[in-house]
Design a protein around this ligand. Structure first.
Ligand code: UDP
Ligand code: MG
Length: 152
């Protein structure tokens, strides 16, 4: 009897988009936060240091356009360089939100990035995508396909 066995190993790793915000860069915490992220099991597959303009910051956060904090947020996000990164891990989006903690550091769990390092709800060190769909949109906002490098 002919027996055919197929072993197909499919690894589809999830991605999320983070930004180490201008307060993180100003406080010289880029390395500390990346260390925290790597220790939590994420792999950096794309990374750069850039400075957003008010226009690009406004575009990135366009979903919050009608919120009272929008102007302040755009001003803050364009106030200095930041470090966007694409991260890979199983369950990346949800797990990264757990690692960074609540938006307001006062509400964030002990040991989270925002609890450890953030000063306020506005200046909260780090961005994390809120869904797989937005992770893909946000990754494309900062990185071309050539800038995303998988593997070791
Ligand atoms: N933000 C703020 N005041 C608020 C809520 C949010 O300044 O009351 C800022 C803060 O920097 C936050 C960003 O706007 O990270 C986006 O808000 P969101 O509710 O999406 O929070 P996040 O997803 O970053 O936790
Ligand atoms: Mg958000």
């Amino acid at each position: 009897m002919l027996q055919l066995t197929f072993n197909i190993a499919l690894t589809i790793m999830e991605r999320t988009l983070t930004i180490l915000k201008p307060d993180c860069v100003r406080k010289n915490l880029v390395g500390a936060v990346i260390n925290h992220i790597e220790r939590a099991g994420f792999r950096v597959v794309a990374m750069k240091k850039i400075r957003l303009t008010t226009e690009t910051a406004g575009e990135f956060y366009a979903v919050h356009r009608e919120r009272p904090f929008y102007g302040e947020l755009v001003e803050f996000m364009s106030s200095g360089p930041c470090v966007p990164m694409i991260l890979e891990k199983d369950n990346a989006v949800a797990d990264f939100r757990t690692v960074i903690g609540a938006t307001d550091p006062a509400q964030a769990d002990a040991g989270t990035v925002r609890k450890l390092y953030a000063d306020s709800k506005g200046e909260n060190i780090v961005h994390g995508s809120d869904s797989d769909e937005n992770a893909a949109i946000e990754a494309a906002f900062f990185f071309s396909t050539e800038e995303v490098v998988r593997g070791n």
